[in-house]
Design a protein around this ligand. Structure first.
Ligand SMILES: [Zn+2]
Length: 402
């Protein structure tokens, strides 16, 4: 029986067709034809072609030798271009920030979700980046795909595998456009839904007009994201001092010695012990900031479980209040425990060193060489902001693009 699909559709007689096997097949064929047409149209509208990019000519650039298949490469380029188009639309519609970014989030199950920045004001109040809107969207999409029954029987497998990023500018021309900001990095610094292999992908246009696909893992962006911090009863003098290569140079420049570090760590630990204001969230942190040769302290103040005053930013703000634009932060020291158990008995590590604060301060009052002190199980660690966030700023300087 030959059925004209247009005729059947117009008569809307689908219920009758369902009761007849032959007609069911006909509907199946119609649907197949429809979907293959959609597929065909999609293929025709490939953004890679639209932007004149030949994936075979796109070089994969990664300092970690990330291996991806040709298919994955093609898919990532397409997803980055989708991000670019969304960002462009957001910009064209007058996004108030006058800069727009978008991210395509790829989950471990192969599904994708696209999001762009939302700015209801020009500043942080009611503004959120593309990476974070996409992460939240992907989470909601996955959640919606499960039933209530499923939600009671198994954990949600929400693992972010890729962040395919772009901004509104001509694709690949703004080389800093595809790097997460300090706030987004502070999200990626958490453990539950991201891991060290979660990969950030972006496109770069080289001088010869060809493109490179840059891949960097979160582990590379945030080398200390898995570190667990402790405040031990053991006196600071008895802890080992571990100092990074960058910090040795910086300490020399700042004329700071091992004794200075022990003194600062001790002082911060005392403040941690005395702090009674972190009494809602269950996580106490204290910070010391050395700026313009003076010491400023801040202890974590909880307003609610979720809202608190970040101690290093609080300490730094005292320095900034005193020295204004002349403020120069040499050292930030943290004291706090990062491990906690949630209501369900699972362990989490939510970090003590705030990536967001380091990023904020680095933009004006601190710099790449500002020292960062923290303690783990057996040592006092001396590092620099550059050690904590090496990719954010070196991202496009460590590789030669040809
Ligand atoms: Zn951001």
């Amino acid at each position: 029986m030959k059925i004209n699909p247009v005729f059947n559709y117009k008569n809307s007689n689908i219920i009758n067709f369902k009761s007849q096997t032959t007609n069911n097949n006909a509907i199946d064929n119609t649907l197949k034809a429809k979907y293959s047409l959609v597929k065909c149209v999609k293929k025709k509208e490939s953004l890679t072609k639209k932007y004149g990019i030949n994936p075979d000519e796109v070089k994969v650039v990664s300092s970690e030798n990330i291996k991806i298949s040709n298919e994955e490469k093609k898919l990532l380029i397409e997803k980055i271009l989708e991000s670019h188009e969304l960002a462009k639309k957001n910009y064209n519609y007058g996004n108030i920030a006058r800069i727009s970014f978008a991210t395509n989030i790829g989950l471990a199950d192969g599904s994708w979700y696209l999001g762009t920045n939302f700015n209801n004001t020009r500043n942080d109040i009611s503004s959120i980046c593309g990476e974070r809107t996409a992460i939240v969207g992907a989470y909601n999409k996955l959640l919606k795909s499960h039933s209530i029954e499923e939600s009671n029987s198994a954990p949600l497998n929400f693992k972010v595998k890729y962040l395919a990023m772009a901004n509104h500018k001509d694709i690949g021309t703004d080389k800093n456009g595809a790097s997460p900001c300090a706030e987004c990095l502070s999200w990626l610094n958490t453990q539950r839904y991201f891991d060290n292999n979660t990969t950030i992908a972006s496109l770069e246009k080289n001088d010869n007009g060809k493109y490179s696909l840059r891949l960097n893992t979160i582990g590379q962006y945030l080398p200390y994201r898995n570190e667990v911090n402790y405040v031990l009863d053991k006196p600071c003098e008895e802890l080992d001092i571990k100092i990074s290569k960058n910090a040795i140079e910086s300490a020399k420049e700042k004329n700071m010695s091992k004794e200075d570090f022990i003194k600062i760590a001790k002082q911060t630990k005392n403040l941690y012990k005395k702090n009674q204001l972190a009494n809602v969230s269950g996580q106490n942190i204290a910070a010391t900031v050395i700026a313009n040769g003076e010491t400023f302290n801040g202890a974590k103040i909880d307003f609610s479980k979720r809202w608190f005053m970040e101690p290093a930013l609080y300490a730094a703000s005292k320095a900034i209040e005193k020295y204004g634009n002349e403020t120069k932060i040499d050292c930030i020291c943290y004291s706090g425990n990062s491990l906690y158990t949630d209501t369900y008995g699972s362990f989490h590590n939510d970090g003590v060193v705030s990536i967001k604060t380091l990023g904020f301060l680095e933009t004006k009052y601190a710099d790449r060489n500002t020292l960062v002190i923290s303690t783990d199980n057996d040592s006092i660690n001396i590092r620099t902001i550059d050690d904590y966030m090496p990719q954010k700023f070196k991202f496009h300087q460590t590789y030669e693009i040809k």
